[in-house]
Write a protein that binds this ligand. Sequence first.
Ligand code: NDP
Length: 238
Amino acid sequence: MTGGSRGIGRAMVRALAEAGAKVLFTYRQSESEAKALEDELRPSASETGSVRCDVRDAESVRSAVDAALTRFGRVDILVNNAGILREQLLAFTKETEWNEVVDTNLKGPFLFCKALVRQMGRQHYGRIINISSVAALMGDVPRASYCASKAGLIGLTRAVAREAAGQGITVNAVAPGIIETDLLARLPETKRKSYEERIPMGRFGHASEVASVVVFLASDRSAYITGQVLCVDGGLHM
Ligand code: NDP
């Protein structure tokens, strides 16, 4: 899985390892956080490991996939979680900023799917889970690049779901709403309140609540679900 060093990804690594999966997760910059997570999980999930990878770079993705195949012999589950957000009104969005967001949030998952789909097809088994966002379904200001990249990821999810359905591979997207992460800890109280008022359940989500849905989609209990977008958002989008 990509982007396991922090935030929602870290909760996913924990939950997948607790469910018995052997997890290789990627980080890009947060090496110390990644190593701390490995240390935390070592007593119960000794097979958990991490590898540096920039999801925007095809060679880096190839070597992360090779590392997983060398370590485990096969890859059954791919979670494309790594993502970035750049806030800027459309008129002021620089082309470089746009490219950075789209390359991370959409090209990265494309590269990982491409690198693994044939191997999953050969083994007639695969679970691909792409982490999108309710922002892709609702639009959000000032986040055009983010919304476009995450909506593109839903298109990729459905296209690959159709393409790979006959090979025992399911492909789904999870669309989190507003989730408590380090990012939100810095949110001013007034802004926090106005966000909370928009959510029917009246609170932000926890990373573990997204992680448990990912564990479900990665398991055999979701065998007949493909091409879907599961919102984990307290009712924000319905
Ligand atoms: P964080 O910013 O906490 O973590 C992002 C993760 O992505 C980090 O592990 C980071 O690695 C990794 N990453 C970023 N850029 C790259 C890159 N180029 N190559 C490899 N890894 C990279 O984000 P969240 O946990 O909040 O979000 C996780 C996912 O959930 C994202 O896709 C996000 O868009 C989505 N999401 C989040 C919501 C929220 O409210 N938090 C709401 C809806 C969707 P490192 O630190 O090592 O660089």
